[in-house]
Design a protein around this ligand. Structure first.
Ligand code: NAP
Ligand code: HSE
Length: 432
């Protein structure tokens, strides 16, 4: 019974978890694939560094060729991160007929299509379950579990770091910088957390989800992105007052063959299932025409949860090896990409305005909305102490993005408006 040999690129948070699961779950792996699984070589940057798992120094290398062109290695697991250099390594590995498992959404969001086609050309598997929502098997659920359905909407909390930050700010009143540091210490954040807090990490994951869910080639540039770095305590407390919870939400929806993919801080009714997803947990809500509403929930980051997805992909590769069907599972997109234009994207909106507390100010503001046919669902008006200003908080009914943008521009020009302090999308009220 010949063992399957695995080479790792990276032995950090996820890589250490992969080594641990391969060791601790060896019996289960043997039972599933009928042979032992052994880690043969591991690429790291610094051989002398202390590791989270016990591993002999001889297994570590700083020369990538020892992994990607090692004749004894069957599967390369990429958990080092990075894009350009990592792409080159994975192309070399695939050309050397190594199957590849990666947790790298930065890479898959940009070069996924290219790498998948190189994998197919070389009869190799390229699996990337861990790249979206850590331990939640969402990619397999879209590709296999919901293969027979037409998916029309996905809404996801797909970044653990920002969900951790927003949860702590909202529930404990913690300061943004302090919680970000905590998320970094816990290993949730990327090495440069800007991509977490500015929404780019979530955008990469939504591009991957949209590609698989809508069977369309979706580029990262097609995703409109806004992060959480400008969310204030006041925004959170006003939204709570109106019965909403603030989350960084990725939205992908399809209507009449056209799609919208966006990531932005979004207000959800407190009763919405995604509003109850807290801390570093992730969840993806998927609506299919036939199945209706489904929701996938679990840990979106962290060593062992992410490593579970990686090692499950490894099991998938090994099962394919046993059946002799590697390199045949990637399916080309069925549809040409068509993006919705702003006049066809509808959502509710939350706005916080400071305005002069004087006769007629309120009607000046409301008439801007009514001229564009946009009505209000909720309004709050509060005087600001020791000033002649009032704070006005509005939640509109659904309006097109183009109408809303025009209203915003005209609000800013209005003499009675001091400042439009913030605006957020509102989702999950009633119909999907
Ligand atoms: P990490 O803790 O920073 O570990 C990176 C590992 O790769 C380290 O062992 C490092 O070596 C090695 N490495 C990095 N660049 C290298 C280079 N140029 N040459 C040789 N070795 C190099 O990262 P991580 O959190 O495990 O994340 C790994 C990947 O998984 C990323 O793509 C990330 O986006 C993805 N991911 C992470 C999570 C999570 O919860 N952390 C969840 C899902 C997906 P040294 O140890 O010697 O420095
Ligand atoms: N930085 C990412 C997050 C890791 O916080 O979700 C998991 O992809």
């Amino acid at each position: 019974m010949k063992a399957i040999h695995v080479g790792l690129l990276g032995l950090g948070t996820v890589g250490s978890g992969v080594v641990k699961i391969i060791e601790d779950h060896q019996d289960k792996l043997m039972h599933q694939v009928g042979c032992p699984v052994k880690v043969k070589k591991v690429l790291v940057k610094n051989i002398e560094k202390d590791r989270q798992v016990h591993i002999s120094k001889e297994m570590l290398t700083t020369n990538v060729e020892d992994v990607i062109n090692n004749p004894d290695i069957d599967v390369v697991i990429e958990v080092m991160g990075g894009v350009e250099e990592t792409r080159d390594h994975l192309i070399s590995a695939l050309k050397a007929k190594k199957h590849v498992v990666t947790a790298n959404k930065d890479l898959m969001a940009v070069y996924g299509t290219e790498l998948l086609s190189i994998a197919t050309e070389n009869g190799c598997d390229l699996f990337y379950e861990a790249s979206v929502a850590g331990g939640i098997p969402i990619l397999r659920s879209l590709v296999d579990g919901l293969a027979s359905d037409r998916i029309t909407k996905m809404m996801g909390i797909v970044n653990g770091t920002t969900n951790f930050i927003l949860t702590k700010m909202s529930k404990l009143g913690s300061a943004y910088d302090e919680v970000l540091k905590e998320a970094q210490d816990l290993g949730y954040a990327e090495s440069d957390p800007t991509s977490d807090v500015e929404g780019l990490d979530a955008a990469r994951k939504m591009a991957i989800l949209a590609r698989l869910g809508f069977s369309m080639h979706v580029d990262l540039e097609d995703v409109s992105v806004k992060g959480i770095s400008s969310v204030t305590d006041d925004d959170i407390s006003y939204s709570k007052r109106l019965g909403y919870t603030m989350k960084l939400i990725g939205i992908a929806q399809r209507e009449n063959g056209k799609i919208e993919v966006a990531v932005e801080p979004t207000l959800l009714p407190e009763t919405h299932p995604l509003a109850a997803v807290n801390d570093e947990f992730n969840a993806v809500y998927v609506y299919g025409e036939a199945v209706g509403e489904t929701m996938f929930y679990g840990p979106g980051a962290g060593s062992l949860p992410t490593a579970t997805a990686v090692v499950s992909d490894l099991v998938g590769v090994m099962k394919n090896m046993r059946l002799g069907v590697n390199g045949r599972s990637a399916v080309a997109p069925q549809f040409a990409k068509e993006l919705k234009s702003p006049e066809h994207i509808y959502a509710q909106h939350f706005l916080r305005i400071t305005a002069k507390d004087q006769v007629g100010a309120f009607s000046n503001i409301t008439s801007l909305f009514s001229e564009r046919g946009v009505s209000f669902e909720k309004i709050l008006q509060l005087p600001i102490k020791n000033s002649n200003l009032a704070e006005i908080v509005i939640v509109t009914h659904k309006a097109s993005h183009s109408d809303f943008e025009e209203i915003l521009q005209r609000l800013n020009d209005l003499q009675v408006v001091e400042e439009v302090k913030s605006t957020y999308r509102v989702e999950g009220n009633g119909s999907i």
